[in-house]
Design a protein around this ligand. Structure first.
Ligand SMILES: O=C(O)CCC(=O)C(=O)O
Ligand SMILES: [Fe+2]
Length: 225
């Protein structure tokens, strides 16, 4: 029998969450289909709120890695500091949306966690043609990062593939559609290939069981974005 599911029941479907949990466990990366973690209305709200946040261009090379991307900071945790939202009301509202009870519950199930996760850092990326994110390890920015969650905010662009390198000889290429969410472990190297046309946009956040100060030691880091 055809049934119209509410957003809530879709978010909480055990069967669906278990499927993603296994995918993440086995492959280190899972792509969550559009409309499961974020509805169209959630994405529209994020788009509206982000307009108020200032943008900076990041082009930083360190130990062979380079980037070219426009970044809007929502929550930051620089070395020695605890996670905190950037000033302004928009960042708090975006974090409230991201950390809603249902969404946090769903992600916890996907992570296979027995305790709560905190978002240590959150930012938005805008990548016009020529932009890219060089190969890096998220855990080099903050050793407590466990999972990164990447929400796809754009429809019309070419290039910009997310490529994961689980080993030296293996690579997995992802091109998630608008509204899909890529979840990946922060212990695997990856990159975003150059955008060739249109504009790629994403909301990126990093989750951890630990909420304290960033334990990264600045001198030895290969930090980036
Ligand atoms: O914008 C993205 O898809 C994610 C880029 C990335 O790997 C990161 O911010 O660590
Ligand atoms: Fe990354």
């Amino acid at each position: 029998m055809a049934r119209t599911m509410s957003d809530k029941s879709r978010l909480l479907s055990e069967e669906v969450l278990t499927k993603y949990r296994v995918e993440l466990l086995v492959k280190g990366t899972a792509v969550i289909a559009p409309q499961i973690l974020f509805t169209q209305a959630d994405l529209a709200k994020i788009d509206q709120l982000q307009a108020e946040i200032p943008e900076e261009e990041v082009r930083e090379g360190d130990a062979g890695d380079f980037h070219s991307v426009f970044v809007k900071r929502v929550r930051v945790a620089p070395p020695g500091h605890r996670p905190s939202n950037v000033s302004g009301t928009a960042s708090g509202q975006i974090m409230e949306l991201i950390e809603s009870k249902d969404r946090s519950f769903a992600l916890r199930q996907i992570f296979g966690a027995s305790s709560d996760y905190v978002v240590r850092r959150c930012q938005m990326h805008r990548m016009p043609p020529g932009s890219f994110v060089g190969i890096h390890l998220d855990a080099e920015s903050d050793p407590d990062f466990e999972y990164s969650v990447i929400v796809q905010l754009a429809r019309d662009f070419d290039g910009g593939e997310f490529v994961v390198y689980p080993t030296r000889h293996e690579q997995h290429v992802f091109r998630p559609p608008f509204g899909a969410v890529l979840v990946t472990t922060c212990k695997v190297r990856h990159e975003v290939k150059p955008v060739s046309s249109g504009e790629r946009r994403s909301l990126v956040y990093f989750c951890s069981k630990r909420g304290g100060a960033n334990r990264r030691i600045i001198e030895s880091s290969g930090a980036r974005l």
